[in-house]
Design a protein around this ligand. Structure first.
Ligand SMILES: NC(=O)c1ccc[n+]([C@@H]2O[C@H](COP(=O)([O-])OP(=O)(O)OC[C@H]3O[C@@H](n4cnc5c(N)ncnc54)[C@H](O)[C@@H]3O)[C@@H](O)[C@H]2O)c1
Length: 252
């Protein structure tokens, strides 16, 4: 049912858990994928090798929001178009209330840059392309359960960034739909990826599994399937919505 034949999808943070699963799913559904991550080597190069000529790798550090202009241009140059932007890259780095103010502010600025400002700047590039493109375009951005539920004590900035992604998505959907742009957010709970390695080391996986209605944690593929469904265009009238993928660990 999902057919991405002829579509080009840019996935940021494609070397990570959800990003790599999304890229593989895009290719399985017939699409071409621009794989982005912070470094060109290792995991990104390996994924590009695995996906062959259906994939093209581009590196950019999203801690530096100006880097998105070159990233978007490189994505466009590959096949001459981009149809879907998946804002997936993210970090989960602490800012403790007892940190000194310099460290605290640096942590806030870095998390906001990677998780909100760069995704917003990529949306800006995407809208400028999509509104003049036959068929328009689709934006899918990764939010989080934290946007509604809040987060652990050292992660207010992460929760605030993800709430920003939800508000940004609603605004884009309301204001650019007539110009051919649809926008969605996906809000995972706990997903078993490298992102959560420190938490799993501390608490074990079972604690997070027991927090869900399913009694199990999500795999990256569980999130990727929802992202690719939204990227397919089949849910056009759901524009502006956020889809929860949290195993009923937080039902709103
Ligand atoms: N794993 C979870 O439990 C969970 C829950 C809610 C939301 N999310 C969100 O899902 C998205 C993907 O998470 P994941 O679990 O796959 O994480 P992950 O750590 O496996 O992957 C994230 C990717 O983002 C990249 N990235 C980090 N900083 C970057 C930078 N400065 N420039 C460019 N790329 C950078 C990393 O290199 C990595 O490949 C994130 O936005 C995250 O906030 C994850």
């Amino acid at each position: 049912m999902i057919d991405l034949d002829g579509r080009v999808v840019l996935v940021t943070g494609a070397a990570g858990g959800i990003g790599a699963a999304t890229a593989r799913t895009v290719v399985r559904c017939g699409g071409d994928v621009v794989l982005h991550d912070v470094r060109p080597a290792r995991r990104l190069a390996a994924l590009a090798g695995e996906l062959g000529d259906r994939a093209h790798a581009v590196a950019a550090d999203l801690a530096e929001p100006h880097s998105v202009v070159e990233l978007w241009q490189a994505a466009l140059d590959w096949r001459g178009r981009v149809d879907v932007l998946v804002n997936n890259a993210g970090v989960y780095e602490p800012a403790a209330v007892d940190d000194d103010i310099e460290r605290w502010t640096a942590a806030w600025n870095r998390t906001l840059a990677i998780c909100l400002v760069s995704p917003a700047s990529l949306c800006r590039e995407a809208i400028r392309t999509f509104r003049g493109q036959a068929g328009g375009g689709i934006i899918v951005s990764l939010a989080s359960r934290a946007a509604w539920r809040g987060e652990d004590p050292d992660y207010w900035h992460y929760a605030a960034a993800k709430a920003g992604v939800v508000a940004m998505t609603k605004t884009i959907a309301r204001q650019y739909g007539r110009q051919g742009v649809t926008a969605y957010a996906v809000a995972p709970g706990f997903v078993d990826t490298p992102f959560n390695a420190p938490a799993v080391e501390r608490h074990g996986l079972e604690m997070f599994a027991q927090d869900t209605g399913l009694g199990e944690v999500a795999r990256p593929e569980d999130v990727a399937n929802v992202i690719v469904f939204l990227a397919s265009g089949l849910a056009r009238h759901a524009t502006g919505t956020t889809v929860d993928v949290n195993g009923a660990s937080y039902v709103r």
